[in-house]
Design a protein around this ligand. Structure first.
Ligand SMILES: [Fe+2]
Length: 373
């Protein structure tokens, strides 16, 4: 599969958008110039001095202003076009290669789990991730369903105790592709994955509904409200809240749809309780979808993958956390660290499921049911 690489010169938006009729098979890869990455480094430092933390309400209140004033114009143009492009040729993910300079020594050793991460070390990454979402424009949010909130930026670190589970903390099983929080009506619109360490050289897995082209006979049944999606493996199997709800996998435009899909939970989880008909349609679709999985990109420290969560699913290959392959020998290394941010384009439309005094905090538990605070 071919990578679409944008060169270092300033390119008008029309030229980097793919214009062919061939369904896109890979994300756009944008190489950040040395000048842009230096600018981004100084923007991070400046925002730390001005606001302290990216969670400062004064920063969030001026997020879009800061994004458009501070980020290099080429990056802002790419993101603002991406936010409204749902076309046949839009893959739904962009890799910004070399976006941030990561000082590995300053970052220190990878902590045992995300709970031990020193938040101060993440401030610059949090500010820049926020600006990237802000340029779409979209607003960073947190979900009670994920780490009971846990802030706007989540360090994703392989945790030895969860290595066989289908969550971001797992590492030894293949993580099937999924759109984030497919069990929520108010799932994230956009996601960013900022890699600060990937010594294991684990490829990132992406899969886009656009790779199928226009809606065909296999996709058509997925527009029906037939499909269940259990809450994901981050949960204990407690109350069956929202279990009775069935939704469509494909929605939005009938020719070039959006997607809400979780292969592990909807097809392979026996507790999903799909009807025989639903399971049949899902399995037929998955046979084709699997052939479109993109697995060629190995993120390096400083790379950020930006995803439209309605077009593109993500996952990850199985890997042995804390070991890298050196000429066929597995030698110890620092464990992988990735920083995830999620955002919504409208806080108005999610207001019925956000906290009374924090409209950036989503309390939806399972398909419209809300956690009791
Ligand atoms: Fe995920």
């Amino acid at each position: 599969m071919k990578n679409l690489t944008v060169t270092t010169k300033d390119i008008p938006v029309e030229d980097w958008q793919q214009t062919s009729n061939i369904p896109p098979a890979a994300p756009l890869i944008v190489d950040i110039t040395a000048r842009e990455s230096t600018a981004i480094h100084y923007i991070g430092q400046k925002l730390i001095r001005e606001y302290g933390s990216y969670e400062n309400p004064a920063f969030l209140a001026t997020l879009h202003l800061n994004a458009y004033q501070l980020l290099p114009e080429r990056i802002t143009r790419i993101l603002s076009a991406f936010g409204t492009d749902f076309s046949a040729s839009q893959y739904g993910a962009i890799v910004f290669r070399g976006l941030m300079q990561v000082d590995q020594e300053e970052l220190g050793k990878t902590p045992a789990s995300w709970k031990e991460m020193d938040p101060e070390k993440l401030y610059a990454f949090g500010f820049i991730s926020s600006l990237i979402h802000g340029a779409v424009p979209s607003k960073p949010v947190q979900y009670y369903a994920q780490r009971k909130g846990g802030g706007l930026l989540h360090p994703i670190i392989p945790d030895e105790n969860m290595s066989y589970t289908q969550t971001g903390s797992g590492s030894r099983t293949d993580l099937f592709v999924h759109t984030e929080d497919a069990f929520l009506y108010n799932q994230a619109d956009f996601l960013s994955f900022l890699f600060v360490r990937n010594e294991e050289q684990v490829p990132s897995t992406l899969y886009s509904i656009r790779s199928h082209g226009a809606t065909d006979a296999i996709m058509a049944p997925l527009f029906r409200d037939l499909y269940k999606c259990p809450k994901d493996a981050n949960y204990s199997q407690d109350a069956a809240v929202g279990e009775e709800v069935s939704t469509a996998v494909l929605y939005g435009n009938s020719t070039y749809p959006f997607i809400r899909f979780d292969a592990a939970e909807q097809i392979y989880n026996s507790d999903a309780n799909q009807s025989a008909e639903a399971l049949h349609h899902l399995e037929e679709f998955w046979k084709v979808a699997k052939t479109h999985i993109y697995n060629d990109f190995v993120p390096q420290a400083g790379d950020l993958i930006f995803v439209n969560n309605h077009l593109c699913a993500h996952g990850r290959n199985a890997f042995m956390a804390g070991f890298r392959n050196e000429n066929g020998n597995m030698v110890p290394c620092e464990r992988r660290m990735m920083l995830r941010m999620m955002s919504k384009t409208s806080l108005i439309h999610i207001r019925s499921v956000t906290r009374t005094n924090d409209p950036f905090f989503i309390m939806e538990e399972h398909y419209g049911k809300v956690f009791q605070d």
